[in-house]
Design a protein around this ligand. Structure first.
Ligand SMILES: Cc1cc2nc3c(=O)[nH]c(=O)nc-3n(C[C@H](O)[C@H](O)[C@H](O)COP(=O)(O)OP(=O)(O)OC[C@H]3O[C@@H](n4cnc5c(N)ncnc54)[C@H](O)[C@@H]3O)c2cc1C
Length: 507
């Protein structure tokens, strides 16, 4: 195999990778150059364009983001919405809902865009080659070329690698993987959840976004047994209601944070962020601490959730405030020092994330119905799950225990890459110190270029990470809008570097 066969290899062909390609296409549109480049993109065949997250599934597995916020064209926020109207048979949309569409509809859009981007690149002399395989391991050779070992046992060489491998599987917190009737990854639901007997008692570990997908699926499949949704905090996600609207903040704006950072001539701290957020929340009558970190936080009762759903049906909700503030903070993370980002991830991320992750009203109403009939029981203070005498026991702080026949894991993705067993394809890169991550997990990168920080403290030019792979430096990157935003920057910076290096080489 030729050395330097590829200028860039992208590992993973999901939403992150497509966002990166969108960034390159946006850059090459700006001039008439003809580039002589070859980009390879590695993934399993079925995931090209849509990745795992937006692949085929039941129509009730919905996007949690309205279609008008999911365009990959940064200059036209309605592109995805218009694409749906033009392309998708309305009968595919659940309850004719054009706002919150099935997740695989977004996957179909991304697949379409992938073909479109491939053609745009080809017209400018850039070949984008599908490599249907899986990257097992990666190393950097003595000539500073990146060597990728594939599952097929082939090796490929490239000048640069972009990691777009998506969210990792979650941890097996309770060592249940060996137990029969334990489902560690419930998605795609149309493969993983169809064989559960209808009358089985099912325990769901977690009460956040994936837990909602699981419970909604059981409801649609006509499940009759009990559903126990159990987590540490026992809280359900925020609800995106009928009057969903972002309230732009008056104080917590990126420009204000930028001015503050320039004035301080230093990075920002979490206290600096709070200073402005506090003012905005006060304008809406909230104290920042109670808003994000409720004191004596109790598991959510049926009545509490009912109130929240009714509020979402009839009036604007406090989620509108979060919707306005979060994008400004997302932009601001680059001004915050890494140690403060680490502090946020370790101590506050979970509560803030709980306020940010929200489900469409249609799903909240289904959950409420399940709770109302008594079929779904939401429980907090989960301490342990074990398997004895062919049954699972969900154990709680108050010594209570619930028995179930099936347990479905719906805890979020894990963040660690190198710790314990390194995630593929990072084994050698972790062992050689080419990847540095925060102690709770998440690769540390330079946010503008995606360059990965090494253990020696320099940014590795050859290795770039975007999206979920960059969580150590960007706590809110697990959302499509931010994956898109940061991928554009990384794409432009890497692309310029590649063409400059080519010019210098005279190739
Ligand atoms: C269940 C779920 C629902 C979400 N819903 C929303 C939402 O509604 N709105 C929103 O804004 N965000 C949402 N997100 C967050 C975010 O948008 C997505 O996580 C993200 O965009 C998914 O795309 P991806 O490319 O990061 O990941 P994936 O879809 O996982 O794609 C990564 C690809 O990399 C491939 N890959 C991994 N390792 C290798 C390897 N070693 N070699 C080759 N290929 C490899 C995988 O096969 C996969 O196809 C959701 C996330 C999840 C997990």
């Amino acid at each position: 195999m030729n050395e330097n066969k590829y200028d860039i290899i992208i590992i993973g062909a999901g939403a992150q990778a497509i966002s990166f390609l969108a960034g390159i296409c946006s850059y090459i549109k700006k001039n008439d150059n003809h580039y002589n480049l070859k980009i390879g993109i590695i993934d399993k065949k079925e995931n090209f364009g849509c990745g795992r997250v937006y692949n085929h599934d039941f129509p009730w597995i919905l996007m949690n983001t309205p279609a008008t916020d999911l365009s990959i064209d940064k200059n036209n926020r309605f592109e995805f919405y218009e694409w749906i109207k033009k392309t998708i048979d309305p009968s595919i949309l659940l309850e004719n809902n054009y706002d919150f569409v099935p997740r695989n509809v977004f996957g179909l859009y991304l697949k379409d865009k992938y073909i479109d981007f491939k053609n745009q690149l080809y017209n400018k002399g850039i070949i984008l080659e599908d490599i249907i395989d899986y990257a097992k391991d990666i190393s950097i050779d003595k000539n500073e070329k990146v060597d990728i070992l594939l599952e097929s046992k082939n090796n490929i060489k490239t000048n640069y690698v972009v990691f777009a491998t998506g969210p990792s599987n979650s941890d097996d917190y309770y060592n249940l993987k060996i137990c029969k009737n334990y489902i560690h990854n419930p998605l795609p639901a149309n493969q993983k959840l169809i064989n559960i007997p209808k009358d089985a008692n099912v325990g769901i570990i977690g009460s956040n976004l994936t837990a909602i997908d699981v419970a909604v699926t059981l409801k649609h499949l006509g499940h009759t047994g009990n559903i126990f949704m159990a987590s540490r905090n026992g809280k359900l996600p925020e609800v995106k209601g009928k009057y969903l609207k972002s309230y732009p903040p008056h104080n917590a704006q990126y420009l204000n944070f930028k001015k503050l950072s320039e004035h301080k001539k230093d990075s920002l701290s979490l206290k600096d962020l709070i200073r402005y957020i506090r003012k905005d929340l006060a304008l809406h009558g909230y104290h920042w601490r109670n808003f994000f970190f409720e004191k004596n936080s109790k598991p959510e009762s049926f009545e509490d959730f009912k109130c929240r759903v009714e509020e979402a049906q009839t009036s604007p909700t406090p989620f509108n405030i979060v919707l306005g503030i979060i994008p400004e903070i997302a932009k601001t993370w680059r001004l915050v020092s890494q140690d403060q980002i680490d502090l946020f991830m370790s101590n506050y991320y979970r509560q803030v994330h709980q306020k940010h992750g929200a489900i469409p009203l249609v799903n909240a109403e289904k959950i409420l119905k399940l709770m109302e009939t008594g079929q779904l029981l939401l429980k907090g203070n989960l301490t342990d799950v074990n398997f004895k005498n062919q049954q699972f026991n969900l154990n709680f702080k108050n010594q209570e225990s619930l028995k179930c026949d099936f347990v479905i894991n719906a805890t979020g993705p894990k963040k660690t890459i190198c710790q314990n067993v390194p995630k593929l394809p990072f084994t050698t890169l972790c062992a050689s110190g080419n990847v540095n991550e925060t102690h709770i997990g998440g690769i540390i990168i330079d946010i503008n270029t995606g360059k990965i920080l090494t253990k020696n403290g320099f940014y590795q030019n050859k290795l770039r990470a975007i999206g979920h792979n960059a969580e150590g430096s960007h706590p809110f990157i697990n959302n499509f809008a931010w994956i898109l935003e940061t991928s554009f920057e990384v794409a432009e910076s890497l692309f310029c570097e590649v063409i400059n290096a080519k010019r210098t080489d005279g190739t």
